[in-house]
Design a protein around this ligand. Structure first.
Ligand code: UDP
Length: 395
């Protein structure tokens, strides 16, 4: 790898870095990294999207002003884990053969992340993993993400851990310490940059003006739910708990509903006609950040939302039994409530009715980063190019 980079330097060419992703959360968390890499003069940044989730991904690309260099467009209706894995390994392999990157950058724990790492490894291209080291300790929760991220850890030579706890998890698995860098989570970079944009251009999230007016004076509960392990009985219980909560006249629920066919029909059947529940289409990122800002409380099974809500001082109740992001729970701004209907209702109402309990959770706390993670990551990657240059000069 270093020899290849040194040769590039001798030829006056840059280190080619391919950033690969396929879903909304990866795009949100990687757009700051792409912008930071593009600011590095020794790096030629290429963006390869698999579009594992087409519509939600495109929303973020538009807002972030990112035009992919390669779009594999792999999504098919009713795609299965094995079918998607098979398409990804073939298509990513072809893309790497055509692009011939010096390094591949992946994020998190999706199938795109895992398969891109494998396809890079088959070609001996080094892999950098952003948001490395998250572990729930249970390979079935979140499923299949916990195994996806463990596979990437076996391959990556650069691991960007968002927190010290994530770095410790990698060290416990005997990953090389010199490849582990604690950077903070790039979601905080994305969140802070987007809030900044909203301050100067509030019209970017004007689509929520109507709901803000309609629900003025009510306590607003923001909900998201899409976890695969909650499909079926879990989704039904979540829907019924929301209906119970929304029976209170002082509460309103704003719920951007994930388009997944295992989510939307269940939610529509139970919540479709309730006056205090606004089921809306997935929001683009600026609108979602505004929703987090305007709500009183968040109920979610999402990973990223667990990181964003504490940073904005919003209590977050997590509809899971375990979390690979324990920092919010430890800080007291997040709480695991599972997917039992009665328990969700009890926990939400307890927070809404007990001012002290609410105040204890509603502290702006930022265990996940300081907004500078992407810069740190780009610097380490660019240093790889620089050290190849040093080697070349020393030879
Ligand atoms: N998000 C968004 N619009 C929405 C719901 C969520 O932009 O309508 C963002 C949210 O801010 C977070 C990310 O999507 O950054 C989380 O994605 P998701 O919950 O799909 O995946 P996970 O984080 O669980 O992998």
């Amino acid at each position: 790898m270093l020899r290849k980079l040194a040769k590039r330097h001798a030829q006056g060419t840059k280190m080619k870095v391919a950033v690969v992703f396929g879903t909304r959360p990866e795009a949100i968390k990687l757009f700051p990294v792409i912008h930071a890499l593009r600011a590095c003069e020794q790096v030629d940044t290429r963006v390869i999207v698999t579009a594992q989730h087409r519509g939600l991904l495109d929303q973020v690309l538009d807002i972030a002003g990112i035009k992919p260099d390669v779009d594999l467009d792999v999504m098919t209706p009713g795609q299965t884990l094995d079918g998607l894995t098979a398409r990804l390994i073939v298509e990513l392999g072809k893309a790497f053969d055509a692009e011939r990157p010096d390094r591949v950058v992946v994020h998190g724990d999706t199938l795109t992340t895992m398969v891109a790492s494998l396809a890079a490894y088959y070609r001996q291209i080094p892999v950098a993993h952003v948001e490395a080291g998250l572990r729930s300790g249970d390979i079935h929760h979140p499923w299949p993400e916990e195994v996806n991220r463990r596979v990437v850890a076996c391959i990556a030579d650069l691991n960007f851990a968002p927190t010290q706890a994530a770095a410790d998890a990698l060290l416990k698995e005997n990953r090389a310490p010199e490849g582990i860098h604690v950077t903070g989570n790039t979601v905080i970079d994305a969140l802070l940059a987007t809030r900044e944009r909203l301050l100067s251009t509030p019209s970017l999230a004007a689509g929520l003006d109507g709901l803000a007016e309609r629900f003025a004076g009510k306590r607003i509960l923001a909900v998201t739910s899409h976890r695969r392990e909650n499909f079926g009985g879990g989704m039904e219980a979540i829907a019924r708990s929301i209906a119970d909560i929304a029976a209170r006249p002082d509460v309103a629920v704003i719920f951007p509903v994930h388009p997944n066919p295992n989510v939307r029909p269940v939610m529509e059947a139970v919540l479709g006609s309730l006056p205090n529940v606004a089921m809306i289409d997935p929001l683009d990122y600026p609108h979602f950040v505004r929703l987090l800002d305007m709500c009183d409380l968040v109920l979610t099974d999402s990973g990223g939302v667990q990181e964003e809500a504490p940073s904005l001082g919003k209590p977050v109740l997590v509809m899971r039994e375990t979390t690979e992001r324990p920092e919010g729970v430890m800080a007291g701004t997040a709480k695991l409530v599972g997917t039992d209907r009665a328990r969700i209702v009890r926990e939400v109402l307890a927070l809404l009715d007990d001012g002290d309990a609410y105040a204890a959770m509603a502290r702006a706390h930022n265990p996940f980063g300081d907004g500078l993670a992407a810069q740190r990551i780009a610097q380490v990657i660019a240093q790889g190019a620089a050290s190849a240059t040093d080697m070349d000069e020393a030879a």
